[in-house]
Design a binder for this molecule. Structure first.
Ligand code: GTP
Ligand code: MG
Length: 290
């Protein structure tokens, strides 16, 4: 099938065609797919947090809530690699079992390690594709252990950070920079001891709303959905511009890091034949192949 045929089939509801297209946007044929798409926009919710915090369980519950409203929802599990999911989507499939056979829900893992410039390059393309395929809402799950949550925060709105009750969780999250990217903080597994204390500790560390949730039971889900809605209602031109800016910077950084001239220039600076200022300018002077 040609790309246009795949797009038509995916629009008609073929999740297999949508899957093929998602694979293509992760491949060197990304630009061909992007060129064939009509412009469209979708809401993107980012869900991040430490391994095993209950991100997938929360995403599964959110999908249920949005399906009740009749929205078409796509879930991107970005680089599932934590010890809990074992790097496989199997665990996520179990947690989202209620939605596996729903033709209006697409669940997909995006591998971003090692090729084509990582998350920052792969996810915006996947989001553009899914929006053009008439998904109303895209939920992206990333494990917050490094760079990925910063990149997802540039794309998503809101970014929901999921933590658990427990001594030190709030402090650790603050240290890890997770609270900096949060638009909403969720203390999941609130059926466990210490949830109120953790929520209080977190409120001392952040000005964004802190909610309690038992994702496994759906307790607190309505409040989370309302908080996400409130965040959307409060969106402004300035905030959209700030996100666009963060996305551009993130993509530009990826392009520069993968610049074909970077290694040669680095060697030349190391050997004293070039200075880093001139080398930096040269990086911008030579066009990059995306
Ligand atoms: N007690 C309790 N357990 C929960 C709750 N939500 C999730 N869990 C459990 O926590 C474990 C991890 O849940 P996941 O949803 O896979 O967590 P995750 O953050 O997506 O994990 P990774 O993607 O592997 O990092 C599972 O055993 C869930 O059943 C909750 O509200 N209460
Ligand atoms: Mg998960």
């Amino acid at each position: 099938m040609t790309i246009d045929e795949l797009i038509a089939a995916a629009r008609d509801g073929s999740t297999r065609a949508a899957g093929r297209l998602l694979s293509l946007v992760e491949s060197p044929r990304r630009d061909e797919v992007l060129a064939a798409l009509e412009p469209a926009s979708a809401r993107v919710i980012g869900v991040t947090g430490p391994p095993g915090a209950g991100k997938s369980t929360t995403v599964g519950a959110l999908v249920g809530a949005y399906r009740e409203r009749g929205l078409r929802v796509a879930v991107l599990a970005v680089d599932p690699s934590s010890p809990y999911s074992g790097g496989a989507l199997l665990g996520d499939r179990i947690r989202m079992a209620a939605h596996i056979n729903d033709p209006d829900v697409l669940i997909r893992s995006v591998a971003t390690r090692g090729h084509l410039g990582g998350l920052a390059a792969a996810v915006p393309a996947a989001i553009r594709l899914l929006a053009a395929l008439s998904y109303d809402l895209i939920v992206a799950e990333t494990v917050g252990v490094g760079q990925s949550e910063i990149e997802i925060a540039a794309i998503a709105d809101p970014t929901v950070v999921i933590l658990n009750p427990g001594a030190g969780d709030a402090v650790q999250a603050a240290k890890a920079g997770l609270l900096e990217v949060a638009d909403l903080v969720v203390v999941n597994k609130a059926d466990r001891e210490g949830a109120d204390q953790t929520a209080r500790d977190l409120r001392a560390e952040t000005h964004v709303p802190v909610l309690k949730l038992v994702a496994a039971q759906g307790e607190g889900l309505a409040e989370l959905v309302e908080a996400i809605d409130a965040h959307h209602r409060a969106d402004t031109h300035d905030r959209r511009t700030a996100r666009a800016r963060a996305q551009i910077l993130s993509l530009a950084q990826t392009l520069l890091r993968n610049h074909p001239e970077l290694d040669r220039l680095a060697a030349s600076v190391a050997e004293g034949r070039d200075d880093p200022y001139g080398a930096a300018e040269q990086l911008f002077a030579v066009p990059v192949e995306p």
